[in-house]
Design a protein around this ligand. Structure first.
Ligand SMILES: [Zn+2]
Ligand SMILES: [Zn+2]
Length: 124
């Protein structure tokens, strides 16, 4: 039933559009439906691929992801651990006060200053 009459030139434009839509709906053509999304947290562009969209649909998610895979897994880790003491995820950052590189137990957002331990304590 899926006879391969793929001579595009013979089809009228409307027929072509129709066929394209049917293809996409059936998941037959995976090339043109990748989406580029801007991450809500870090503003990085990431690609929400057709495969991932299918996966989301299967899981029953109706919305596109708002965050890039990195931020998503970071959030997952946070919500799972809550206030985890033993294994904190440390992020490297540069102290806004003295400029040394340090590690902080949260992800530096870029618009807030980050302090190393000494500077943080001396500011209190
Ligand atoms: Zn992100
Ligand atoms: Zn410092």
């Amino acid at each position: 039933m899926n006879s391969t009459v793929c001579s595009k030139s013979n089809l009228k434009w409307r027929d072509y559009l129709h066929r394209a839509r049917v293809h996409t709906y059936q998941g037959g053509n995976h090339k043109m439906s990748d989406k580029t999304i801007v991450c809500k947290d870090c503003n990085a562009n990431f690609v929400f691929t057709q495969n991932e969209q299918d996966f989301y649909k299967e899981k029953g998610f109706e919305n596109d992801p708002l965050r890039c895979p990195d931020c998503r897994s970071a959030r997952k880790r946070q919500s799972r651990g809550g206030n985890f003491r033993g294994e904190r995820t440390m992020h490297s950052a540069v102290c806004s006060e003295c400029g040394i590189s340090t590690t902080v137990p949260f992800e530096p957002s870029g618009d807030k200053p980050v302090y190393c331990k000494e500077c943080y304590q001396s500011r209190r």
